[in-house]
Design a protein around this ligand. Sequence first.
Ligand SMILES: [Zn+2]
Length: 398
Amino acid sequence: MAKPFDHVHSMRMVSEVAKLCVFCGVKPNEKTKEHVIPGWLMRLTGSDTREVFLGVRYSDGPDKLKIHRHSLNRYTFPACHECNQRYATLEALAKPVCEKLIEEKDVSPVELEILFHWLDKVRVGLWLAGRAVGTNIFKATDPRFHIAHRIGQADRWARLTLLPQEVGNGLTYAGVGTPLFGSMPSAFSLRINRLIIQNASSPRLISRWMGLPYPATRRTRTPSGEVFHSEIRFGKKKILPRMMNYRKRFNGLEVFQPAYPFKLKDCERPFLNEYAKRFFNNLKDLEAKVVVATNGEIHVNGSIGPAQYAEMKHSPDARFPTDFSCSTLELQNYVSREGLFGGLPVSKRDSERARKLRNDLCKLNRYLLKRLEDQAADPNKNDDGYEEMEKGLKVISI
Ligand SMILES: [Zn+2]
């Protein structure tokens, strides 16, 4: 069993990250401020001056762990002017999509794709923010990517759930405080008032099960030893069972979109068949059409209407906050097992180290899961913000 703070020694104090544009990673000439939690989302879910819980702050060292609280509207990071304008457009497009989902209005495939872009932005933004403020246990310097490098670059999946109106307003996220998320921002959950979104993105997470070409790790012998790198393999040309086969703790509707972190010219052959082509409007960008799974049926270019809303409805019981958190941890473990990490060729030693770290972090998630389950079984032990979450007032991570 990995001890939760094994990796603390590799932490450094906060960081260059805080000075770089959150979108492109370049030091901005003309600096503007980007809200990691966008203004419209703060106002839609409560007061934008409320103080929120942002996770445990690791950056002061293992003896001084404390909860990091912050006023929401001051939770900003630098961005260059151009990036900020570009992503302000994405925010302006994403807001009505979230509102439509909350109000049960029809949502088109194009709008679902906007939602996926936006979830990529928020997920990676929260990850970068964690590194900057020290709530990410990993080294605060040199993230290998920023928001712009992660939008639409890998298979994307979301599971949408609608709670009854009576749950009231509130913003909650889950999963962004786990060390597994700290190592790789692949899966998290978000509650926006009555709308619950579970979201994951990773190469091959969906494409492989859709029978489409998928990335896999290839081992090659070189004079200096074995190297591991990713390549595209031929798909099975049929939908395979057990896609996103992790424990579903509450009702929900699954939507997804295969996408690839490759250039078409480097991996064209597996895509040149009728089966694969029907999933793409245009093969060039290797971003497939959005798919909606309704009652076990796959709808390519699917949209959301009354039949889909019926599947999204869930009446929460007292356990729901626990299930919301636990489900996210289970999703993270599933994604780290089924997805594909890496890309650049790595040595056998580095590949082995990455595998071991991932296993340890998954173990840690299982430990957190057990703790959450124990707390749910004995509410007297509830001491980390569940009451606040139930009141819908605060943002909780983990
Ligand atoms: Zn920028």
